[in-house]
Design a protein around this ligand. Structure first.
Ligand SMILES: Cc1cc2nc3c(=O)[nH]c(=O)nc-3n(C[C@H](O)[C@H](O)[C@H](O)COP(=O)(O)O)c2cc1C
Length: 318
């Protein structure tokens, strides 16, 4: 977009952000599970224009995923129960990563496991590979060795899994993606920070369900799933604010980001950058379009350095 003064706003507005050790050209990152391995989107989206993207969750062994149907639309959002389908870390390193190296953007690898040892082993294998900017730990997963309790729901488990991942991730930043539905997200965030997280991604999907009472069947093969999209934005916006009050490390805000305004809202309450998830389902180019709109939207409110907006709401309310 060219402004009335004939100069492209992107030339006047500094969109770059710092997330710990990583410098991003702009604050827009495509979110895990909604952007494949990046490669599937490369013919539609100029990956080099994004601040970065997060891969599908990668596990030790390949996972086929949950039975169909896996997605279902809800008012202002979407339910998914994909079941963390992925090719496994070995195939990811051998077949996907080499193709990603030619892009000039940050590749963040989302990592998950069903026990502590899985997380550690996946990171250990990734540490040997080139072309990764950071790890994002998905802790919204059941720990099969602790009766299926989700890692992210209990401070002691968070401390254990983040600490172990930290020791395994010797060369690269470790982002920890929090579960949204916990009693005290500030406590979980502080625990992750203390255990060695370099940044926090806030947040994952909300456990939810949809049924058809006529058939008494779930609209998902897995019975329940995760809610995402604009419906969750007001809830995750508050979570980002809470986390920003409790910790001193960078926050990646996500939940229903569709427009430049959504980005500016998340950054105002303390996020350093955002991720775009469900929006890529209705428009695969959503993340790139938001990058394109952001400079103009900032200039319209007389902001020429994106990072100046960070925490502005929190400063205002004290
Ligand atoms: C189909 C689908 C698959 C997802 N898979 C993952 C995943 O593998 N790992 C993960 O950490 N989050 C996963 N997520 C969660 C998203 O990354 C994001 O946290 C969530 O959807 C909220 O953002 P949104 O409202 O912009 O979609 C997935 C979400 C969707 C919709």
């Amino acid at each position: 977009m060219v402004s009335s003064r004939g100069v492209n706003p992107t030339d006047r507005v500094d969109l770059s952000v710092q997330v710990g050790a990583l410098r991003l050209a702009n604050p827009i990152i495509a979110a895990s599970g909604t952007f494949g391995y990046g490669l599937e989107f490369a013919h539609l989206v100029d990956l080099n224009r994004l601040g970065g993207f997060v891969t599908k969750g990668i596990s030790l062994q390949p996972i086929e995923g949950a039975p169909a149907p896996r997605l279902c639309e809800t008012p202002s959002g979407m339910l998914n129960a994909v079941g963390l389908q992925n090719v496994g870390v070995e195939v990811f390193i051998k077949d996907k990563l080499p193709l990603l190296r030619k892009y000039n953007t940050h590749v963040i690898v989302n990592v998950f496991g069903v026990c502590l040892e899985d997380y550690v082993e996946v990171i250990r294998q990734l540490e040997e590979a080139e072309g990764i900017s950071a790890y994002e730990l998905n802790i919204s997963c059941p720990n099969v060795k602790k009766g299926g309790m989700q890692f992210g729901s209990d401070p002691a488990l968070v401390e254990e899994v983040v600490g172990a991942a930290r020791r395994a991730a010797r060369q690269r930043p470790l982002w920890v993606k929090l579960m949204p539905l916990v009693t005290d997200i500030g406590l979980i965030a502080k625990t992750a920070e203390r255990a060695g997280a370099d940044a926090l991604t806030v947040a994952n999907t909300f456990p939810a369900m949809a049924i058809d009472f006529r058939t008494q069947k779930s609209l998902l093969g897995n019975l329940t799933g995760g809610l995402s999209g604009p419906a969750i934005k007001p809830i995750t916006l508050r979570l980002v604010w809470e986390v920003s009050k409790s910790t001193n490390i960078p926050i990646l805000g996500l939940g229903g980001v569709e427009t430049a305004t959504d980005v500016m809202d998340y950054v105002s309450v303390g996020a350093s950058a955002v991720q775009v998830g469900t929006a890529s389902f209705s428009d695969p180019k959503a993340s790139e379009s938001i990058v394109g709109a952001l400079a103009g939207a900032l200039e319209a409110v007389n902001i020429f350095t994106f990072n100046d907006l960070r925490g502005a709401f929190s400063r205002e309310v004290g």
